[in-house]
Ligand binder design. Sequence first.
Ligand SMILES: [Zn+2]
Length: 116
Amino acid sequence: MKGQKKYAKDNCEVRNRYRNRKYLFNKQKALKYKGGCVVCGSTDDLVYHHLDPNEKVCNMALLFRSNWKKIKVELDKCIPMCVGLHDSLHRELKIFTNILKKNRYNLKIRKEKLGY
Ligand SMILES: [Zn+2]
């Protein structure tokens, strides 16, 4: 019983080590494939930003444990960015989206007033 438990634990550790190695390997490969941050060129703390959120199938960080073929398909929809800039991009996007929504709403009101 004791031995069995130890075996299961070792097995789990081996699997985790293998997964982590695969993750790091694919991350390196992605860096070579896409290059550094498109804005500042940094190669540290990169995230992959989906240019069209509708095309997003999976978060890249989760996908790095998958096979390269799947990773490449997803990477082709993304641009590399460092974490800090990616965060501010999404903050700005939210602001702009709200402004656009408000403008569209105002336009609708104006059209209604004018009787279009
Ligand atoms: Zn950057």
